[in-house]
Design a protein around this ligand. Structure first.
Ligand SMILES: N[C@@H](CCC(=O)N[C@@H](CS)C(=O)NCC(=O)O)C(=O)O
Length: 236
């Protein structure tokens, strides 16, 4: 059976990583059997989670994983037209290559309170002696990534202004539809749910979360996907 390597479940959401949550959501939406292997990214093929193991090979990065799932199992985007596929790709890039960095900043850099919550969720199971050393080294690395991406060079207020623009675009793109591209879930929904539940549904406080919670269609969308695909998770 396909194995999904991802962070331990926490915060009453499917996963604290938007990308892990994206893959598990795709698997559930496509009704593909899988087994979860909770882990940290140390041994991951690309040094990041998620990755999968399927038929004896390991594959990292949610985009390549979904390509594999589409060809080996089920393509959730099969019925989409070219313009819908273009919208799907552009929205996924907005989510994963832009809004994600605002969420990452909120967790690792914005306030000490958020950092402590994040640290406990990710590193809480490590032995106490090494926990703080690993967590602070990792935090330095992630902060360098946030600066390297460019997001970390702005003021907090500017970062959240950029994030709110993305939330507005998502809210307008979803409008009053069940899913982003109609009444059936597609890859874009796996990606959008993965990040949105990690912005509005977890205990990381920020102006981005507050803004997301004020957009009813996004809140209802996240609740709807939770109920439709994660009814087995208690309190999820
Ligand atoms: N492009 C990758 C991004 C994966 C990613 O950024 N994973 C994060 C967790 S959300 C990670 O494992 N980071 C560890 C690190 O950067 O050291 C994908 O689509 O899977």
């Amino acid at each position: 059976m396909l194995k999904l390597y991802q962070f331990e479940r926490t915060w009453n959401i499917p996963n604290l990583s938007p990308f892990c949550c994206k893959i598990e959501t795709y698997l559930r939406m496509a009704d593909i059997d899988y087994e979860i292997k909770p882990t940290l990214p140390f041994g991951a093929p690309k040094g990041k989670l998620p990755y999968i193991e399927d038929n004896g090979f390991a594959l990292g990065d949610s985009r390549f994983i979904i390509s594999h799932l589409k060809s080996a199992y089920k393509d959730l985007d099969q019925g989409l037209h070219d313009t819908e596929l273009a919208t799907s790709l552009a929205m996924q890039r907005l989510l994963e290559e832009h809004l994600f960095w605002v969420a990452l900043y909120s967790r690792w850099q914005y306030t000490d309170e958020n950092w402590q919550t994040n640290k406990k969720a990710i590193f809480g199971r490590l032995p106490p002696i090494i926990r703080d050393i690993v967590a602070s080294g990792w935090r330095k690395k992630i902060k360098r990534q946030i600066v390297g991406h460019g997001t970390g060079r702005h003021l907090a207020e500017e970062i959240f202004t950029l994030g709110k623009q993305d939330m507005d675009a998502l809210s307008a793109g979803l409008s009053n539809k069940l899913y982003f591209l109609g009444d059936q879930p597609t890859t874009l929904d796996a990606s959008a749910f993965g990040l949105l539940v990690n912005i509005i549904g977890c205990p990381i406080e920020s102006p981005l979360k507050e803004y997301g919670l004020s957009q009813d269609n996004l809140v209802n969308y996240v609740d709807r996907i939770r109920r439709a695909y994660y009814s087995d998770l208690t309190a999820v």
